[in-house]
Design a protein. Sequence first.
Length: 407
Amino acid sequence: MVKKIITILLVIIVGLGFLLQIDDELSEESKGLINRLEQTPLSEAYLFLLGINANKDQDPIQVGRELLAEIRKSELDESYEIEYFQGLKVERPEPFFCQFSRPECLSGIFATKLDSNAFLEGYSTLIERTDRFLNYTEYTTLTQPSINEYIPPFELLFVAQRLMIIKAISLHQKGDSTSAMNLLSNNLSRVRQSMALQDNLIGKLVLLNTAADLVEVMSVIASQTSLDVAGIPKLTAQERSFHIIAAREFGLPYHYFKSLDRSPDLFQKEGNVPGWVTRIFFKPNMSINALTPIYLQMEQLSKMTAPEFAESIRTSPSHDTSTSKFRNYMGDNLNISNPDFRPYIARTFDFDIRVAIFNQRHVLKRPLEKMKNPYFGNETPKQVDGKLCFDGPMKDEKLFRCLTVNL
């Protein structure tokens, strides 16, 4: 009788162990997201940005190609160390790189008198290369999304545009405000065009922040002159789009969870646990499927109107990414730190708020009590430190919903 009970228990344990090896199929939504990442064989724009800080006598595209080869070796072997060159060094003139959200920042820059031609001469290589990059009409990241992914030096694009802002302010100080506004307006259009091509979240945000700075300086110049100012269009669907960005962000947990399948290191680094044991506690597809709605929401929110987005923030609960604590105990625990992309989406809507204030103040010449907040309709903007600010559905630490109109 005892042997029979033991035999039955063994059969149950073996059967249970077998059943716990079974993972779910990837959902159609998960497959759809990852299928967006089919890479193009070449993106000259990506290679150029990858090598943009090459030495002055080097071709950025060739350097980018060589660096990409190094990156791909590291993707195949985590222990491989990328042989990275030390090329063009860009020393930032720190007083001109303060945050425009600080009241003293813009006033300090506008109060500084300088010979912009002599000042910018030391940055000619970076400026020329950035100008060339902004002429590209394509951009595709050629690396695989991962925790250790090599990010191109997007910050150099910001640096170059801040230098162009300094040039515009210098022109304005010399009495040529028309040329200053034309320079800023032209750069704003090109930065936005480049932003529309971005498939990398960091790149998107860097270019969006740069565009916001350009609008801020245009507003100050408009406030100090009697120029007829042209309206600034709000972001287009393509400029706002997170279609590919959502897929790339999804690719990070996708590849990470796939790498953990039957991994002996699941419980500890350099572990030696049999794969069939780790599969009992971790199912990659279940974990991936649970996270998928977060990335689909990222894209859906970016397609909304401002009022729809505000209502969504007010009423929509966060996604439940739990799976099965019985079938996928480790996966359920790995999913507890879920990314929240809503603040990044909000920043695109908040940029349009800044544009709306610019147009109503400088183009339509509306009195404050007649102004409209794209989120909520009629609203008199708050006046803080020379800025006009509208309310919004999320925190605005970078003051995107504000516009400087008086230094």
